[in-house]
Design a protein around this ligand. Structure first.
Ligand SMILES: *Cc1c(COP(=O)(O)O)cnc(C)c1O
Length: 432
């Protein structure tokens, strides 16, 4: 048997029918150029990271264990220099004590805003979890409780920035502006770094001293530039998404202007202590190695997203982004229109996982959601969404959002398995 025959037979053993495999192969043939472009981006970003590590003189001693106060934690301080080099910023804060993306964003906002200041979101409603951080939904410890006011400028119907309304919203009180790069769980398109750059330039023209923060979650290494290359004062994200490369077990980062990063450090630890404390507790090797792998991991996830978009578009389902659009984050939405479609898709993703493949996801109630939600994830790091994962609220329009895949080969298996489940359930009747 040649390798291809063996591969097809192993797919079959794992539950992928020959029809589904053949359909996937046909779709893939049309994606060669796209994948080629993604590889070129990964090459560029891989060089960027290695160059940053060399310039920061990363050495074997960076991986040493540090405990207690963590004064002079060399590995931690050097890693922060590596992040600053990659994001082309003056400084960075990269810590396991930042527990997740929401925490990194909440930290950055609360560290740089004072009572009486105003925050404006110019990209419409921010990510769900930020509603409680800001106080859009009443919550304990929100910015609103500390006397920070908030305004939101919604996007225009076509998903672009509403410059006229942004200009009107900015006032004496405006201290910070926030822009979310990824669509999150909304149907608007994600922003390109260039679009973000235009918005920042506009905001700075209206009020030069306003601090612009970009929620960079899911966007890192998708393009050749990051928002900090086009004027963002602060970029913020989670290490269990793109920049952790699947290896970081926890963590968040903020990169940006030195004075603003110092504010973040004084809020994360304590006034007077700032960046000086916060031991890295042995996670440094995973942070470095994950960041090193991140450009190629992101490339694999992007290939998976594009593969899925093209498969489901061809089968007549709604896909955002569509099969040919340029990509600004790693998230793919597919609209099935029925609960059964959402459930079958998630079952496939789960069945393809390296961990917990035997579990069957079912819709359930979730805090903060107004409908049942189904989630599929069989991840090495709990909740990690740079690993192949999917979720969908069980309500119209019955869409799933899926992302990740530590390797393209695994993302491919997951997508074929999702199609297999839809095919077996009779939701997809014909593969052509
Ligand atoms: C995931 C995400 C967050 C929150 O990150 P968590 O790690 O889940 O807390 C914030 N904003 C966007 C756009 C995200 O995708």
């Amino acid at each position: 048997m040649d390798l291809l025959t063996k591969t097809i037979s192993l797919y079959k053993e794992m539950g992928i029918s020959e029809e589904v495999y053949a359909f996937g192969t046909k779709i893939l043939e049309s994606l060669k150029e796209r994948f080629d472009d993604i590889d070129k981006m990964a090459e560029y970003n891989q060089l960027k990271v290695v160059n940053a590590m060399q310039k920061a003189r990363v050495g074997a001693e960076c991986f040493n264990y540090a405990s207690g106060y963590g004064y002079n934690d060399y590995g931690r301080d050097t890693l922060e220099q590596v992040y600053a080099n990659v994001f082309h910023t003056e400084d960075a804060l990269v810590r396991p004590q930042i527990t997740c993306g929401t925490h990194a964003l909440a930290l950055t906002l609360s560290a740089n805003l004072r009572p009486g200041d105003e925050l404006i979101s110019i990209a419409g409603k921010p990510y769900d979890t930020l509603e409680e951080v800001i106080g859009i939904r009443k919550s304990m410890g929100s910015l609103a409780e500390y006397g920070v006011t908030y305004q939101q400028v919604d996007l225009l119907p076509d998903g672009s920035f509403d410059f006229a309304s942004i200009e009107k919203a900015i006032s004496e009180k405006t201290k910070m502006v926030t822009i979310q790069r990824s669509k999150g769980y909304q149907t608007r398109p994600s922003f390109s770094v260039d679009q973000i750059g235009e918005a920042i330039a506009f905001v700075k023209k209206v009020k030069p001293d306003v601090i612009v923060m970009v929620d960079n979650c899911y966007g890192e290494f998708v393009e050749e530039k990051e928002p900090s290359d086009v004027g963002a004062d602060l970029v913020v994200g989670s290490l269990i998404k793109n920049p952790g490369g699947g290896l970081a077990p926890i963590g968040g980062y903020v990169a940006g202007r030195k004075d603003l990063i110092e504010q973040c450090a004084c809020r994360l630890t304590s006034p007077g202590l700032g960046k000086e404390v916060g031991a890295s507790l042995g996670v440094m090797q995973s942070f470095y190695q994950g960041f090193f792998l991140a450009p190629t991991v992101v490339a694999g996830a992007l290939k998976g997203a594009i593969f899925a978009a093209n498969i489901y578009e061809k089968l007549g389902f709604g896909v955002v982004p569509n099969g040919t659009e340029s990509r600004h984050d790693i998230i793919q939405a597919v609209t099935f229109g029925t609960p059964e479609g959402v459930i079958a898709f998630c079952e496939g993703i789960q069945a393809a996982a390296p961990v917990d493949s035997f579990a069957r996801p079912v819709p359930g109630d979730m805090p903060g959601y107004d409908s049942q939600v189904i989630m599929a994830a069989g991840a090495f790091v709990q909740g990690s969404s740079i690993e192949l994962s999917a979720d969908g609220p069980i309500k119209p329009p019955y869409a799933v959002y899926f992302q990740g895949g530590l390797t393209w080969e695994h993302a491919k298996l997951g997508i074929l398995m999702s199609l297999e489940k839809l095919y077996e359930a009779g939701i997809v009747k014909e593969l052509s």
